[in-house]
Structure formats: structure tokens, C-alpha cells
Design a protein. Structure first.
Length: 443
């Protein structure tokens, strides 16, 4: 109990300091409008200036890529981000994987979301490494092809480099989403410890006794290239890594990564990001690549500028911002930080278009000021601001969450979603749906 309390104090100190020291401006526009939320069950709670370069970026992006253009307008990416898709609707243990995915697709359709940004969890595909030491130069096209299409090979027992990958769940997910007309924007090579393959019974991390930095990057290259090659006909967009600009703090105090020295090494981070991007393009030379930047607590202005300019100018096609200005408390709903962050990102992205890769507002705990009506307000206002400041995409985190109390961490992590445990929708469902219909195209 003492350790849990101590960790909570550390977490609150770091995150509270972050809110004081950093973030985005909160300039707002005054063109808000919304349709009635009549389709949703009632809530359970009681309670202009813009850079000229912005107008160029979205159009340039549309002209230079295969992003959908209708009537000379680029379709807005309205969608949802997710972590572990296998656990959606976890309160219903009777659902099979296929039933969970089908229900997810039905809810995405209900909320008028045309995009879905799941994590492709590395150890779902490659649970364990056969060998630890590996260098990038030894990864051949044959290795990548074998990794991507293991069903075409039968000699796995004697193959020395890696075990047979398991694509079964992601084949089901990708095929189901694709056939339903929902665009997929997966996160791959997320360095979160829970996603890492095992070696000698332990999760790998860069700089360990078994996996040095080069070996980690080499394994990431093989994995990224394999994913992109397998799904090249169904996926066009990828996010490389996750919140890499904040990876050091994810070792401590967030405790979600291992390898403090590596994740605080800018040269390693840049090498890893560039390698993952190159590997994705090796698997699919038409792929478009993003990475996301945490805008609170971590350096993001200079790292975004560094990773989009000079010798790094070709790493990314898009940049994303993760905005959680109401993470700690919900009393005062921050309705303009998302737009402010988009506006700032265009100042540092060197002409790369900007997406809101993650944002969210939970509906509990009530004693921290969170509620369903406030979530609805947050969604409505911040979707409008993101569109107004010319983001080309907006991904809310997440459509479905646990919706039950979890001890030992931040309870609000269980209440981001729009779906209640009794399978009714919170008011934010209608707000998202209406705003997506109101602004189908990039401004």
C-alpha cells in the first residue's frame, strides 16, 4: 500500500508539473454548432488567427498522396484510437474475437467514424524471439517475405532466425475493417513493455544484456517490414512507434517501458524511428507514415522540428499530437487545447500535415469532476477546433473501455469510452457522429 501511494504521489507530481510548464495555447474560434443528440440515452451524471502555411499543408497533402479527394476536397479522418482490440467489450465474456470485431465495426459505423487506429501488438504476432543478436544488414528480402507470409513455408522447426509469426488475429481485424470500408491506421513497433516479445522468458528492451540497441532496431525493422508487406493491399497509413518523444518518462515515472538509457538517447530514438519508417516503405513503398508527439510533460516542439527537417525530412509524411489536458481532473472542461496544439504543430512540422492522434475525456471518477455531459462537451468543442485549425484527422481515445473501477493506477483510464456496460451509448456518441457529418472534409 505504501509503495502504491508513493508511486501515485510521484505520478501526480510529474504530471501536475507538466501541466504547469507545458502544453498548447488555447485560442479558440467562435463558429461552433451542433445537432441534437436525440439518438442517445440520457446521461447518468447530475451535473483566430491561423498560420497561412496551414491552408497549404492539407491541400498539398491531398495532391501529393492517394488520400481520398471528393469534389476537390480531402476527406477528414474522423476516427478512434485503441490499444488492445482483443479486449473490447470485455464485460461480455461470451463474445468470440470475430463477434467483438463485428460489434466494434457496427459501433464505428453508428458513430460515423471512417477510421480506426489500433495498436498492432508486437507479441501477438511474434510472442518470442528465437535469437536475440541481429543486425539490420543481415535482414534480407527473403527473411521479410518469410516473416510476412509464414503460411508459405513448412521448415519452421529448423529455421534459425525467428519462430513462425502468428497473423491470425490481425488478419481477421484487417480483413473485417477493410471489407466494411473502414480505413486502418495502425500503430506498430510500440516500445511498451507489455507489447514486447520475450527472450529467455523476459520482455525484450533496448540496451539489455541480451538485446543491444542495434539488435532491437534490427528486430523492429524485420517486424515493421513484415507488417507492411502482408497488408500492403489493405493499409496505406502507419504510425511508427508511439509517443517516442516521451519515451524516457515512460520508463520513469510511468513505468511502461524498460531501458532508461536507450529511451533517453535522442540518437537512438531517431535511428529507430527512421529505420521503422524505412522498413514500412520497404514492405510497401506507397505507405504514408506518421508518429505522435505527447504535448504535455515532454519536449515536442524541437523533436517535431528535428524529425521533419534536414537529414530527417523524409522520415515522416504526417505528424500527430496527443492531447490530454483534462487527464487529471474534469471540473473545467478544456475545450480549446486540441485546436491550440494543432495550430502550434503546424509551426514545427515543416509543412507536414497534422492529425490529432489521441485525445480523450473520461466520464469517471465523479469526484475528480468528470461526467458524461462534460465528455460530450469536450468531444463537440475539440472536434470543431481540430477541424477549424486544419488538422486532417482526429482520433478519439477510445470508443470502448473497461467501464469499471481499477485499483492501483488512474481510475479514469477505464472510462474514456462512449459505450456503457449496459450496451447503451453515452451522449458523446451523438456529438462525435454529428460533428463528423457536419465536417466530412478537411477545412
Amino acid at each position: 500500500m505504501f509503495r502504491m501511494i508513493k508511486n501515485l504521489i510521484i505520478y501526480l507530481f510529474f504530471i501536475s508539473a507538466a501541466f504547469i510548464m507545458s502544453g498548447c495555447n488555447t485560442s479558440s474560434n467562435s463558429t461552433k454548432s451542433i445537432l441534437p443528440a436525440s439518438m442517445i440515452a440520457s446521461a447518468t451524471d447530475a451535473s483566430e488567427m491561423i498560420s497561412d502555411t496551414n491552408s497549404i499543408s492539407a491541400q498539398t497533402f491531398a495532391e501529393d498522396t492517394e488520400n481520398t479527394i471528393v469534389n476537390n476536397q480531402t476527406e477528414m479522418m474522423w476516427g478512434f484510437a485503441s490499444y488492445n482490440v482483443q479486449n473490447v467489450y470485455e464485460w461480455d465474456s461470451s463474445l468470440s474475437a470475430e463477434e467483438r470485431i463485428n460489434r466494434l465495426i457496427a459501433d464505428l459505423d453508428q458513430v460515423n467514424a471512417g477510421w480506426f487506429r489500433p495498436n498492432f501488438i508486437w507479441n501477438d504476432i511474434e510472442p518470442e524471439l528465437k535469437r536475440a543478436s541481429m543486425i539490420r544488414d543481415e535482414i534480407s528480402n527473403e527473411m521479410i517475405t518469410r516473416y510476412a507470409f509464414p503460411e508459405n513455408y513448412s521448415d519452421w522447426e529448423n529455421y534459425p532466425h525467428f519462430y513462425e509469426p502468428d497473423w491470425s488475429f490481425y488478419d481477421l481485424l484487417v480483413n473485417s475493417l477493410y471489407e466494411s470500408g473502414i480505413n486502418i491506421f495502425p500503430v506498430i513497433c510500440n516500445g511498451d513493455s507489455k507489447q514486447m516479445p520475450l527472450y529467455n522468458g523476459k520482455s525484450i528492451y533496448p540496451g539489455s544484456s541480451d538485446i543491444n540497441k542495434e539488435s532491437y532496431i534490427a528486430h523492429a525493422k524485420l517486424h515493421a517490414a513484415g507488417v507492411a508487406l502482408r497488408y500492403q493491399d489493405k493499409i496505406e497509413y502507419y504510425q511508427a512507434e508511439n509517443e517516442l518523444n516521451c519515451a524516457g518518462l515512460q520508463v520513469f515515472p510511468w513505468l511502461s517501458r524498460e531501458g532508461y538509457a536507450a529511451w533517453n538517447d535522442w540518437d537512438f530514438q531517431t535511428d529507430l524511428l527512421a529505420t521503422i519508417a524505412d522498413a514500412i516503405r520497404l514492405g510497401d513503398d506507397n505507405a504514408l507514415i506518421s508518429t505522435n508527439f505527447v504535448v504535455i510533460a515532454c519536449d515536442w516542439h524541437s523533436m517535431m522540428e528535428d524529425w521533419t527537417s534536414g537529414e530527417n525530412a523524409d522520415i515522416l509524411d504526417i505528424v500527430g499530437v496527443d492531447v490530454y489536458s483534462n487527464y487529471l481532473y474534469g471540473w473545467a472542461v478544456d475545450t480549446h487545447s486540441v485546436g491550440g496544439c494543432v495550430e502550434e504543430a503546424y509551426l514545427f512540422s515543416n509543412g507536414k500535415p497534422v492529425i490529432v492522434s489521441e485525445t480523450g475525456y473520461p466520464t469517471n471518477p465523479w469526484y475528480l469532476g468528470f461526467s458524461e455531459n462534460k465528455q460530450a462537451k469536450y468531444v463537440r468543442e475539440n472536434m470543431e477546433d481540430a477541424w477549424y485549425y486544419e488538422a486532417i484527422g482526429f482520433f478519439y481515445y477510445r470508443l470502448v473501455t473497461k467501464e469499471s473501477w481499477v485499483w492501483g493506477g488512474f481510475a479514469q483510464e477505464s472510462y474514456w469510452g462512449f459505450v456503457r456496460k449496459n450496451n447503451t451509448y453515452k451522449p458523446a456518441m451523438a456529438e462525435f457522429s454529428n460533428k463528423a457529418l457536419e465536417h466530412p472534409y478537411v477545412k
